[in-house]
Write a protein that binds this ligand. Structure first.
Ligand code: PRX
Length: 635
């Protein structure tokens, strides 16, 4: 993949115009030139946003792992594909070459087959950031099994919900994980989850922290002995372009998580193309994305996008603060990282620490910096630009979603002049639209509205697993014939986009998408709680933190509030995971409601943000006295 780099702004506009005038021929050209197909497609695109139905490269046959591994072997067999940096800096870095990756994926794939996993079966992967995570993902793809990676910070209840939703027959996990100075009992969490998951037949366990764990006879097996006996070649399963590749859960504004389903060919083409352009990737670069493979960023821009380009991709097991706040910069210096891609929340956390942690390191290898997951505030942007990038590495503020599969809006380094807090311009083939509340498109510049996309791009999710109606209702109903993102955005005088945040009940905390409903459900299960409402409020490091307003039952009134608060947070940790814990809890006599009984979150958001000078239109508010009381006692 050498000749589709965009080099300057003029070229960007040319390419963009071409991609919009004729998207089919634009994507066809890229697909033709850069990938290995077992059979060519019959039709580039077939779409209908009303159904909704989206098909790219219909009729084509391929295997994504052949594109990510096999085809590199003759030219890059000895090149490092995955560079694994362990949690403990004293433990040795691992360099896994493309040749070794091939063998390890094939062996793993043969183990899956031997355990009865077949094309179309779902395999749940609940692993820390160790090489086996990437390898098991690729092993599933090798045999056409659908992987469903669950971030290893989710609780057993959250894990069980995700396993059951897609009826996974196998879980791949480890005896535990390292996280800074701590270890986490992953296998124990899996055991608890599986009490409620009759669909799971087999659990494969990777040895990582060498602790005694419970192995259930007939269900659980250590992975290594199986790998030792497995054959080192495995013919790839030949997949249809639209065969499912993976399911990845994301929070919704209502209870159940949404299993976004991504398919094979379009996802591959789009992630490879955007990886190459957004990071201006060149053959000898050492690329590092600090995300976890448990999120879409890791799927698309640690595993598939980089490997489809034959890149060296770094996997980091640890955290930015261990053994000290210089760890990221140690790694950049040690491996001469050229592209560094992280989340604004990490930048804000590191910017709070002594600058020596940064300046003590040689970061001159860096060429491109990236951010993802939430809006980046101006201060963090400048800190990143000045101290990490030495004002010479462009920052790509990449906007996208689990649902979009790949980056949709981002500067192209050295082509698009950057502007702090702006994701800037759409990628080729991406057609954004801003809509007003009545569903009309807002044209022209210096406007703001709700961000939609009006034409399909290859890596969009095709459905919500098992619930196509919800897919339609969530993304294609608010604005007919448009994909609705759930985000608000503004377009400045030159057409640059700035994402202003969610306009629905999803709150982004430390870059993690959290739905209010599942958190409220978890709180309401507490025996002393009658009702609750969660809103976000601005937080220095997390971007947003959670503020819970809780009404107690009569039986709870006499209880100590601090203890109750702790119990509520424990309840959330058990049901969802520690990422969803509340920073502030206020016990209230009631919640502001409309006459039809809907909670007026807008008012709660203002109270939580200490912005109560103007509460806006309160004419439909049923109980103004409750609002007075909540304001008086606000934290
Ligand atoms: O609100 C947007 C925010 O993250 C949401 C998507 O979250 P998730 O599906 O978890 O995927 C995150 C990683 C791709 C979006 O709807 N978001 C993501 N990137 C940005 C962003 N908000 C502002 N600027 C960004 N660069």
């Amino acid at each position: 993949m050498s000749n589709y780099h965009i080099k300057n702004l003029e070229e960007y506009y040319q390419v963009y115009r071409k991609s919009v005038r004729n998207p089919q021929s634009f994507w066809e050209e890229i697909a033709e030139e850069h990938f290995l197909w077992r059979k060519r497609w019959d039709k580039v695109l077939d779409w209908d946003f009303e159904k909704p139905s989206i098909k790219w490269f219909e009729g084509a046959k391929l295997n994504i792992t052949e594109n990510c591994i096999d085809r590199h072997l003759h030219i890059r067999g000895n090149k490092t594909a995955i560079l694994f940096e362990p949690n403990d800096p004293k433990e040795e870095t691992q360099h896994i070459t493309y040749r070794q990756l091939y063998e390890r994926v094939c062996k793993f794939a043969n183990v899956l087959k031997e355990k009865g996993v077949k094309k179309g079966d779902r395999v749940c992967i609940y692993l820390p950031m160790i090489p086996e995570l990437a390898i098991s993902v690729l092993a599933c793809a090798r045999i056409g099994a659908i992987h469903s990676v669950v971030f290893a910070g989710f609780s057993s209840t959250a894990l069980a919900t995700r396993i059951n939703d897609c009826e996974a027959k196998m879980v791949i996990t480890s005896d535990g994980s390292y996280r800074g100075a701590k270890t986490i009992d992953l296998k124990g969490i899996v055991d608890d989850a599986l009490e409620h998951c009759p669909c799971v037949e087999t659990v494969l366990v990777v040895k990582r922290i060498n602790v005694e764990i419970n192995m259930k006879e007939g269900r659980d097996q250590w992975l290594q002995p199986l790998l030792d006996n497995a054959y080192q070649d495995c013919d790839p399963e030949i997949m249809d372009a639209e065969d499912p590749l993976f399911i990845l859960y994301t929070s919704g504004s209502t209870g159940r998580p949404k299993g976004m389903m991504h398919t094979t060919a379009g996802y591959m083409v789009y992630t490879a193309y955007t990886f190459k352009n957004v990071f201006q990737y060149r053959e000898d670069d050492i690329y590092w994305c600090t995300a976890d493979i448990g999120w879409i960023t890791g799927h698309s821009y640690i595993v598939y996008g980089p490997l489809a380009n034959g890149a060296t991709t770094v996997m980091f097991e640890g955290v930015p603060s261990y053994p000290d706040f210089g760890r990221f910069w140690d790694i950049v210096q040690k491996h001469k990282i050229t592209q560094f891609y992280t989340a604004p929340t990490a930048i804000r956390a590191l910017a709070k620490e002594n600058l020596d942690y940064v300046t003590n390191h040689d970061l001159s290898s860096l060429k491109v910096l990236g951010t993802v997951g939430e809006p980046i505030n101006e201060e963090a942007w400048h800190w990143y630009n000045d101290h990490v990038g030495a004002k010479k590495s462009p920052i790509v503020d990449t906007w996208w979603q689990t649902e979009t599969g790949g980056i949709l809006i981002s500067p192209i380094p050295f082509a698009t002049p950057t502007k702090p807090t702006y994701a800037t311009l759409p990628m080729p083939g991406v057609q954004p639209a801003l809509m007003d509340e009545d569903g009309k498109e807002i044209t022209g510049n210096q406007v703001d509205g709700r961000l939609c996309i009006k034409f399909p791009w290859p890596s969009m999710a095709r459905t919500i697993w098992g619930d196509h109606q919800r897919y339609k209702d969530t993304y294609f109903s608010a604005y007919p014939n448009h994909y609705f993102t759930g985000d608000g955005a503004l377009r400045d005088e030159v057409g640059y986009y700035r994402i202003t945040g969610r306009v629905d009940d999803v709150i982004i905390v430390s870059g993690h998408n959290l739905g209010t409903a599942p958190i409220e459900d978890a709180i309401n299960e507490h025996p002393a709680v009658a009702e609750s409402a969660i809103v976000g409020f601005p937080h220095d490091i997390k971007g947003n933190a959670l503020y819970g307003f809780i009404i107690l039952k009569e039986t709870g009134e006499s209880r100590d509030r601090d203890n109750l608060g702790k119990e509520v947070n424990q309840q959330i940790t058990d049901r969802i995971g520690p990422i969803a814990k509340l920073d502030k809890i206020q016990f209230v006599p009631g919640l502001p409601k409309t006459r039809s009984g809907k909670i007026m979150r807008r008012i709660l958001r203002k109270i939580a943000s200490k912005d109560t000078s103007n509460l806006g239109d309160t004419s439909t508010l049923l109980n103004p006295e409750v609002v007075e009381k909540i304001m008086e006692e606000a934290l």
